[in-house]
Design a protein around this ligand. Structure first.
Ligand code: GLY
Length: 297
């Protein structure tokens, strides 16, 4: 079975001068991880590794480079989903670590639970031996400048597409054994309230994977994605409606009923890529037989 890998680096109004950075990061993740998939790596390992590469890249709103919240802190959310049994691990409101998606995987594999938040998630990270960083280590000058610009702006709303680079990252893979997996990692929305959790760590909203139905990862305005259960809404319809109609109908539903803005990437059980967005842009890429395909609008 030919393995598949599709990755996104966020949606919104990615300014032209930042497009290259967004695509370079996706290319790096694809070209480092896809060969491992070809060599037999699992879908689960592949989505974790792809997201780790993007979490370490300051271009995106995940790990290093994440948006600052209302009080100038960084709180991270992530999920990883295993399509073999729809098991998942998630963390929300976690601080001071670079790779929340790996912590999410540890939750899935080393606890009896699926989801840890805040202080408990951080305590678990410490026990698991994660490097505990200073907020400064995750903070970039670009995000500090952006925060200082918007922190007192009464007209700033997290839902309005803002001309600023950066957004959630995600990956979906199908391995040689036909297993699907999905992962998503984010710093959430800029100037979010402390404790706000978006769509990304929510099963069926920020990601979903089921070997029988398909797998997806989303990006965009989290409140709208959650209300639409966007990842599950698309994946659940693939079999009956096909990929184009499933994506289009879910995005239309989200727009018409919720006035939501988002993008989605995914893979069908048969190994076909699908994607769509109603934001001005979405940075994403995928691989087929060693060739990289990159898109930003
Ligand atoms: N989609 C990321 C968030 O809203 O938190």
């Amino acid at each position: 079975m030919v393995p598949k890998l599709i990755i996104h680096g966020g949606a919104w109004n990615i300014p032209i001068e930042y497009e290259k950075d967004h695509l370079d990061g996706i290319r790096e993740a694809l070209t480092r991880v896809y060969p491992l998939l070809l060599d037999g790596a699992s879908a689960l390992d592949s989505v974790e590794q792809a997201v780790n590469i993007l979490e370490a890249n300051p271009t995106y709103d995940s790990g290093r480079g994440a948006f600052l919240n209302h009080v100038g802190g960084i709180e991270l959310d992530a999920i990883i989903v295993d399509g073999r049994d729809i098991n998942f691990g998630a963390v929300a409101g976690v601080k001071n670590i670079l790779h929340p998606v790996t912590l999410a995987r540890r939750v899935m594999e080393r606890t009896e639970h699926c989801f840890l938040i805040g202080q408990g998630a951080n305590e678990f990270a410490r026990k698991e031996g994660f490097e505990i960083l200073d907020t400064q280590d995750l903070l970039t000058e670009r995000e500090l400048e952006f925060y200082n610009k918007i922190k007192s702006d009464p007209n700033f709303h997290t839902k309005i597409p803002f001309d600023h680079p950066s957004d959630t990252v995600g990956a979906v893979a199908k391995d040689k054994d036909g297993n699907l997996a999905a992962a998503t990692s984010t710093g959430g929305t800029p100037r979010k309230l402390q404790g706000r959790v978006g769509d990304s760590p929510i099963l069926g909203a920020g990601a979903y994977a089921d070997n029988v139905l398909g797998a997806a990862s989303t990006t965009g305005w989290g409140e709208g994605i959650m209300r639409a259960m966007l990842a599950f809404r698309v994946v659940d319809r693939l079999k009956d409606k096909g990929k184009e109609a499933s994506v289009e109908e879910a995005l239309s539903f989200m727009k018409n009923r919720i006035d939501g803005l988002a993008g989605i990437i995914g893979i069908t059980p048969g190994g076909e890529y699908f994607y769509g967005y109603n934001t001005p842009k979405m940075a994403f890429g995928y691989m087929d037989t060693r060739k990289v395909f990159l898109h930003i609008k």
